[in-house]
Design a protein around this ligand. Structure first.
Ligand code: ATP
Length: 360
């Protein structure tokens, strides 16, 4: 079985901590996606599961068996790298079959299994080519074929699509969803891409500065980020984060004041003692609603038309900074025009001075 259990897993490099003690349970067949800013420890965590990096402390079990000290080849895992890492002198067929050859599998069996994965990944016509005669997308498919040919229980993928162009990324995203269904393997996938994380994951793990900030279904981390770090990591363009003062804490939800005086009703439950405290209000660009008397106001400094929708960047008053608002694609906007918006309380997020979300 492809369960992965991590307990107290820690990684230190010299004086710096790449991963603070971390616990995580991954279900058999789950598609887990690790996201977070550059340097937060995603690759380090993945490489320790693969056995390519030795933990400083903690244990890793795969399928219930402790593999903390096991060799990479003895863990039932395979890894796909961003760089593909194909052998240039070997053909596609030899590249795919290589892990089986190393494992001493008989020639006829290798041929059968290479043919099967080549079929699965649409590589049949390319089996006699060398890697240099392949496109980027084809090379990536070969590296995936090579990873799955040993039928790993757990497939680890470190930004596998980041070298591909947008159209190919979209196609490969669909391929991964299909492969996951077909293989039934557990997948742990690192990405910076919001679309990949939201569409592929059963659960997303949001990391920040060597810690797991939140684990949850994509829609939950999007709707209910537990901290500022999660709010900043999920969503594109990112959530607007505005400094506010709490003016009223009530059972109906806190009311907060923006630096330019506008008052916003939230649905956050704030203790009465926090009245007068400063906090951070989070509002996603897609949740700002045009309203003549809305509390969010600013002159349009930048306007981006994407076709089906547009984004207006407002230079807001006071210390608010820039506010990004999503508009319908057919909305005409002039630079310098002042726009006003409101937000439904249910679409607000309120974070305390430590960056933790107030409960709802
Ligand atoms: P990215 O998204 O940029 O790939 P990441 O989240 O995968 O980043 P890691 O590669 O896991 O981040 O790195 C986590 C931290 O550990 C970083 O601060 C990095 O500089 C540090 N680090 C990683 N490998 C080593 C190493 N071999 N020696 C020293 N420090 C390292």
């Amino acid at each position: 079985m492809g369960t992965v259990d991590i307990a107290g897993l820690t990684k230190r490099f010299d004086q710096s901590v790449a991963l603070h003690p971390t616990d995580l349970h991954v279900e058999q067949g789950e598609f887990l996606v690790l996201v977070g800013p550059s340097g937060c420890g995603k690759s380090t965590l993945l490489r320790m599961i693969a056995g390519l990096e030795q933990p400083s402390a903690g244990r890793i079990a795969i399928g219930g068996r402790d593999v903390t000290d096991a060799a990479p080849s003895d863990r039932g895992v395979a890894m796909v790298f961003q760089s593909y890492a194909l052998y240039p002198q070997m053909t596609v067929a030899q590249n795919i079959g290589f892990p089986l050859k190393v494992a001493g599998v008989a020639k006829a069996e290798i041929a059968t299994r290479v043919a099967a994965v080549a079929e699965m990944l649409d590589l049949v016509a390319l089996l006699d080519r060398k890697p240099r005669a392949l496109s980027g997308g084809q090379r990536q498919r070969v590296s995936i074929a090579r990873a799955i040919v040993r039928r790993p229980r757990v497939l680890l993928l470190d930004e596998p699509l980041s070298n591909l162009d947008t159209a190919l990324r979209a196609r490969m995203r669909h391929e991964f969803a299909r492969l996951h269904q077909q293989l039934g393997a557990t997948m742990i996938y690192v990405t910076h891409d919001q679309l990949e994380a939201m569409t592929l994951a059963n659960r997303i793990v949001v990391m920040s500065a060597g810690r797991v900030e939140q684990v949850g279904a994509p829609i939950d981390v999007y709707r209910r980020p537990a901290s500022l770090a999660v709010a900043a990591a999920i969503g594109s363009p990112g959530m607007n984060l505005l400094p506010v003062t709490i003016v009223e804490a009530s059972d109906a939800g806190a009311r907060v004041r923006l630096p330019d005086g506008g008052v916003v009703q939230t649905d956050a439950q704030v203790p009465a003692a926090a009245t007068g405290a400063t906090a951070t209000l989070g509002v996603r660009p897609e949740h700002l609603v045009a309203a003549a008397d809305g509390p969010f106001a600013g002159a349009v400094e930048l306007f981006e038309r994407l076709g089906p929708l547009s984004f207006a960047h407002l230079g807001a008053q006071g210390a608010v900074g820039t506010i990004v608002a999503q508009l319908p694609g057919d909305r005409a906007v002039a630079l310098g025009e002042t726009l006003r918006f409101t937000v439904a309380p249910v679409d607000t997020h309120l974070f305390d001075g430590d960056g933790r979300a107030y409960p709802l």
